[in-house]
Write a protein that binds this ligand. Sequence first.
Ligand SMILES: Cc1cc2nc3c(=O)[nH]c(=O)nc-3n(C[C@H](O)[C@H](O)[C@H](O)COP(=O)(O)O)c2cc1C
Length: 339
Amino acid sequence: MKNQLMQSPFGPFLRAIKVRYIKIIMQLSLIKVFLYDYKKFKKYSGINGFNRKNSLKAWLLFDIHRLEKGLVLKNTRPKFGKSPILAILNNLEKYRNILGYGRNEPAFQNDEIVNYAISILKQYDCYHQSIGVLHYFNENKLFCEYISYENQKISGVKTIDIEELDFDNFETVVSTRFSCREFKKCPVANDDITKAVQLAISTPSVCNRQHWRVRFLQGKECKDVLELQNGNAPFRDEIENILVITSDLGNLLTPYERYQQYIDGGMFSMSILNALHHFKIGSCALNWASSLKQDIDIYNMKIIPRNEAVIMIVAIGYYEKTVNATCSTRLGIDSIMYN
Ligand SMILES: Cc1cc2nc3c(=O)[nH]c(=O)nc-3n(C[C@H](O)[C@H](O)[C@H](O)COP(=O)(O)O)c2cc1C
């Protein structure tokens, strides 16, 4: 009956109605899933502090890393980092109150996150001592108390001897890759980028759609894009080459694939970072957690078509012989894997 109707003179009209109907259903589903996501994110993300303990941990890791990034620079600015230190001191107190420990209790001092925080405060203080400069917290009671605790150096800066690394073994490539924020001052060869992208193309993607795209930028275009990005200002002078990784939204076919660009694009980006390291090219992922204005501005530069979503920018360059990098200490397996 259905087939007969479709083949009757009314067929084209009915088909047009069917297409329109499917479009309307897709649009309604899209609104529904985004509203669902909106509610979920509003309720459970760190924006409203649903799980205060977890959000505090995230803020602490965030501010610890801000200090690491200040210390790793070739020209660290004396007395930098007033706001992350204030935030760390404040959040450590809140975190301690939630845990219900006294400051001197070993359980508090041995907490994984507290340890990172104390370690970075110590590194910060040591750096200032080494250059003979007093920082804002020299007389801060809480700061002085924290840096008096016994603690191992687990955050701060590490120096990597590039010639000592093994670039051929999967395990060592993955475990020795690091975010590089200082590079040789020269262009990266197009052939080297092509090799890395070629390797990264073996990343899996939803129904093998491979919707990722890569643009390799140097010169003015590179600097203009970096101007728009939030996390590179202190080491921008070091960066002469970037990749912009995007995903072509035209490949995503239903409302339920609304984040697939970031999932597949994120996996592809990770493969790029590992492949670059394998070919001895340093890299640093740069977030595109952009404001609406930044996102609109990047399209206005006419480097990326509007149908592509920016996944991330990657600063790249050849390694110097030795490189200073942030420790970016990882959480223990128990914090990650729940059985
Ligand atoms: C998606 C993403 C965005 C990032 N954005 C920045 C950034 O804007 N600026 C920066 O200096 N580092 C950035 N990083 C690098 C992280 O700080 C770094 O990966 C993390 O501290 C772990 O250190 P590692 O890469 O040396 O292992 C980013 C990393 C990722 C994965």
